[in-house]
Design a protein around this ligand. Structure first.
Ligand code: UFG
Length: 343
């Protein structure tokens, strides 16, 4: 199939592109390179040759996007491009309204104009907000009450697709979409062709590994008094290659009229301390970790009920051992201590 991937130069978009290219699909990647890396595009172009096209284009360029969808006769849109930092979204909400919400409106206007009929959306478990204790593990039926502009922006994107699908149903136009609600995505391509490079880095496992590498003197645990067994927050860390597999499967089964959402996680949680211990074990390096205050907005415990995606798509995380996830990231960070080379 011909797949237009937005955010194809980013961490998840590039890994998903790699997987789809390996499956024989054709990728048209668009990225404005505000957070993505041209070097990731270069790697993918080197692997796939003329089955991969990278275009530097912004989500707000509706007409250009329409032309790309039409000229490449795109079968499926995969929409990864988004700002994705919860803390940043609280400090700079308009960035999230502009990029994630208005950007998706523009993209879907292009989809509408071009008649693209299948969409896979990167959504997030942050659309659930802070579920009550009885709602863990989180299923797709858990109420969506986001508590950050980031989580809210992803919920708005889901709603746009829902409304578009309803309008097309009335008009008898074929359309289908799936929203994949990611939990904490971690790890890197196990062949170290692609990796993770956020600037600034705020995610737990990369910060652990940067500290192991000595790029930071020490790191902090944000909160040690949570109502969890070791007092630190628990998250569901899904390997980025398994996440890419979920996209490949979701795309493969979309039939006209389908409207679906799936949680994508491993179905169990690891605490911050467990991730730190894993990072020390895998790297073989001890590093300084200080206890610190809670980070505002962190729910104590989030992990997924993944029975729906298992049942419908036959998808199940193949990597559930935190050391294996950390190991794949460690290989990347060790070989790319400064991330992707500057473009
Ligand atoms: N943490 C620390 N120290 C650090 C960094 C993180 O203790 O230096 C803690 C956080 O407080 C949190 C846990 O590690 O308890 C995980 O934090 P991350 O920042 O790695 O991930 P989040 O769970 O906050 O958010 C991530 C993505 C979001 C996504 C969300 C879904 O950044 O885009 O997962 O759960 F929505």
């Amino acid at each position: 199939m011909r797949v237009l991937v937005t955010g194809g130069a980013g961490y998840i978009g590039s890994h998903a592109s790699l997987r789809l290219l390996e499956d024989g699909h054709e990728i048209i990647s668009i990225d404005n390179l505000s957070r993505g890396h041209a070097q990731a595009e270069a790697v993918l172009a080197g692997i796939a040759g003329d089955r991969y096209t990278a275009v530097h284009c912004d989500l707000h360029e509706t007409d250009r996007l329409t032309k790309l969808l039409l000229s490449h006769r795109v079968d499926v849109l995969m929409h990864f491009a988004a700002l994705a930092e919860v803390g940043e979204s609280v400090d700079h909400p308009l960035r999230y309204h502009y990029n994630n919400i208005a950007g998706t409106v523009s993209l879907l206007q292009a989809v509408d104009a071009a008649g693209t009929s299948r969409v896979v959306l990167s959504s997030s478990c942050s659309t659930y907000g802070e579920p009550e204790a009885g709602q863990i593990p989180i299923s797709e039926d858990t109420p969506q009450n986001p508590i950050s502009p980031y989580g809210d922006s992803k919920l708005q994107c889901e709603r746009m697709l829902r409304d578009l699908a309803e309008a097309y149903r009335q008009a008898d136009r074929p359309f289908s979409y799936v929203a994949l609600r990611y939990f904490n995505v971690a790890g890197c391509d196990r062949q170290t062709r692609l990796g993770e490079d956020h600037r600034p880095e705020t995610h737990l496992i990369p910060i652990c590994l940067h500290t192991a590498l000595g790029k930071r003197d020490k790191m902090a645990i944000f909160g040690t008094d949570y109502p969890t067994p070791d007092g630190t927050c628990i998250r569901d860390y899904v390997h980025v290659e398994d996440l890419a597999d979920a996209h490949a499967r979701a795309m493969g089964v979309l039939e006209p009229g389908d409207e679906q959402c799936y949680n994508v996680g491993i179905g169990k949680g690891f605490s911050v301390r467990e991730c730190i211990e894993s990072s020390k074990r895998v790297s073989g390096i001890d590093f300084q970790v200080d206890d610190a205050e809670r980070r505002p907005g962190d729910p104590p415990e989030l992990y997924a009920d993944v029975s729906k995606i298992e049942r419908d798509l036959g998808w199940k995380a193949s990597i559930t051992d935190i050391d294996e996830t950390v190991e794949s990231a460690w290989k990347w960070f060790k070989s790319h201590p400064d991330g992707w080379p500057e473009d």
